[in-house]
Design a protein. Structure first.
Length: 172
């Protein structure tokens, strides 16, 4: 596993309006689970470019539901870098990164093996992982386990004019 001591980038996410008032929380994925996080573990899924963020958001439908694209200024330590894919030198569990976690969890109600990868990242002190996008293969995604971030990390939603909603009342 390759570990990055420091990762600095601008990143993007298309938010479901329900969560746009809490753009750094990871609460949506925490509520339902995600590729690398189990239910109850907040995780923020980001993309390194806008096109990948949009592709990720619309992967479940050819029609794009309402969403709000947010840019982030990011400076984080201790990420796992999985951009080069699986290597035989790594634990075979990493082959499960692209399992059909939605089908496994929502249809079969079985814990997806990719959640064990997220557990392993956290157990080794990682705060997240960079990995290739399935929705846009040339794109890169980043998952951040928001509760693992420390005061030395920086995750800021870019909102210079204060236009993001401040509470959920805008979307009810």
């Amino acid at each position: 596993m390759i570990r990055l001591a420091q990762f600095t980038s601008v990143t993007y996410r298309v938010h479901d309006p329900k969560w746009s008032f809490m753009p750094t929380s990871g609460a949506g994925a925490g509520e339902h689970g995600g590729r690398l996080n189990r239910v109850g573990l907040p995780a923020l899924y980001l993309a390194i470019d806008e096109a990948t963020a949009i592709a990720e958001y619309k992967q479940l439908s050819a029609l794009m539901p309402p969403g709000l694209i947010v840019s982030y200024e990011l400076e984080v330590t201790d990420l796992v870098d999985f951009r080069q894919g699986y290597s035989r030198a790594w634990d075979p569990l990493w082959q499960e990164l692209y399992c059909d976690w939605r089908r496994i969890w929502f249809n079969q109600r079985v814990e997806p093996p990719s959640w064990l990868i997220g557990d392993a990242i956290l157990e080794t002190g990682g705060k997240g992982a960079l990995f290739p996008s399935q929705a846009k293969p040339e794109g890169t995604n980043l998952v951040l386990f928001t509760e693992a971030l420390t005061d030395t990390d920086r995750l800021v939603a870019y909102d210079p004019h204060g236009q993001l909603p401040r509470d959920s009342s805008s979307w009810i």
